[in-house]
Design a protein around this ligand. Structure first.
Ligand SMILES: Cc1ncc(COP(=O)(O)O)c(C=O)c1O
Length: 324
């Protein structure tokens, strides 16, 4: 029995995805964490680290910038631990994620979507200013705090290693703050330096466009700034994915594999699907499904709905049958 929702973080399932490959590919369903994403792990680690180091005290206020999921995780953790939470978000956020942060009782601040995180109007700059001006506040600072990656090093990395009995050969994850790939990649490389760590970036990001970023729809991933959280020493390859490729996977994942996943999972799955065509039967790949498609239903990424039963005329026929 778990004594708190926080104890239910982690131990998410690893499920087989039958892509056309001789290799075995597993999806790690991080969307089954209590607040719905991989960010439960890093948010809890950063907050408890701050508590242990006296950076966050009872009655304190947690302020941070988030593309959504980190904010949702912080809001859930703040609710159970009794901290006030303020999350700055960008206009790109899905309505569902915004409302989820608010449902946990946190305050939100809407900021324009900017191409550069250093822009004074960006959600990150606004969070930093708010934290500087607010007494008793603590900013986890997920984009620049290496404790973010340490959370995954101590949690996601060991879990994946044990769940695959140490047989994982390829690890695929999106790169946003870089915490997931850097922390997990470091742990896996320490166990077996031959494990390939493959990062998935948004094709329009600052990194993948070589300094000329353009807007993109996929939320949560994209290297748009330099940060100590990005540990390139553990990453073997960075593969760019377009919106069309990543979002195009979403109906396939839902309708063929029963996996209702978010856009970053679509991007990572697209890379794993293409990459695994060249893998062998002894290869074992793990792909991170960071969050659920339920947080994006309003964005219509999941294909046309089937016509309703009524439109097919069944309703009409039933009425006729009754008359007879
Ligand atoms: C759904 C989703 N996938 C992937 C990522 C990227 O993870 P990280 O920030 O650890 O690089 C994020 C980050 O917000 C996310 O929300």
């Amino acid at each position: 029995m778990n004594d708190s929702i926080l104890k239910a973080i982690g131990n998410t399932p690893l499920v087989n995805v039958n892509f056309e490959t001789p290799a075995t590919i597993f999806a790690k369903l991080e969307y089954l964490n209590p607040s719905g994403s991989v960010k439960d792990r890093s948010a809890l680690y950063m907050i408890e680290y701050a508590e242990h180091h006296g950076l966050l005290k009872p009655g304190g206020i947690i302020i941070d910038a988030s593309s959504g999921n980190h904010g949702v995780a912080v809001a859930m953790i703040g609710a159970i631990k009794g901290y006030k939470v303020i999350i700055t978000v960008s206009e790109k956020i899905s309505q569902e994620k915004l409302q989820t942060i608010q449902a946990y009782g946190a305050q939100t601040v809407m900021c324009p979507a900017t191409s550069f995180i250093e822009d004074p109007h960006s959600y990150h700059s606004v969070a930093r200013k708010l934290a500087q001006e607010t007494p008793h506040s603590f900013m986890p600072n997920q984009y620049f705090n290496i404790v973010n990656a340490q959370g995954h090093y101590h949690s996601l990395g060991p879990e994946i290693w044990h769940q695959t009995n140490g047989k994982i050969t390829h690890f695929f994850a999106g790169i946003g703050t870089g915490g997931t790939i850097s922390g997990t990649g470091k742990y896996l490389k320490e166990q077996n330096p031959a494990v390939k760590i493959i990062a998935v970036d948004a094709a329009n990001s600052l990194y993948s466009t070589k300094g000329n970023p353009k807007p993109y729809k996929i939320e949560g991933i994209g290297i748009d700034f330099d940060s100590p959280v990005h540990d390139y020493s553990v990453i073997d390859e960075i593969i760019p994915v377009t919106d069309e490729q990543g979002l195009g996977m979403l109906p396939v994942l839902a309708r063929t594999y029963g996996l209702l996943a978010g856009p970053s999972s679509g991007a990572v799955a697209w890379v794993a699907q293409e990459y695994s065509k060249n893998l062998g039967k002894h290869d074992i790949g793990v792909i991170i499904f960071g969050d659920s498609g339920r947080a994006y239903l309003s964005k219509n990424f999941y294909g046309e709905p089937q016509p309703s039963v009524e439109q097919q005329g069944v309703h009409h026929k039933q009425a006729h049958h009754l008359e007879v």
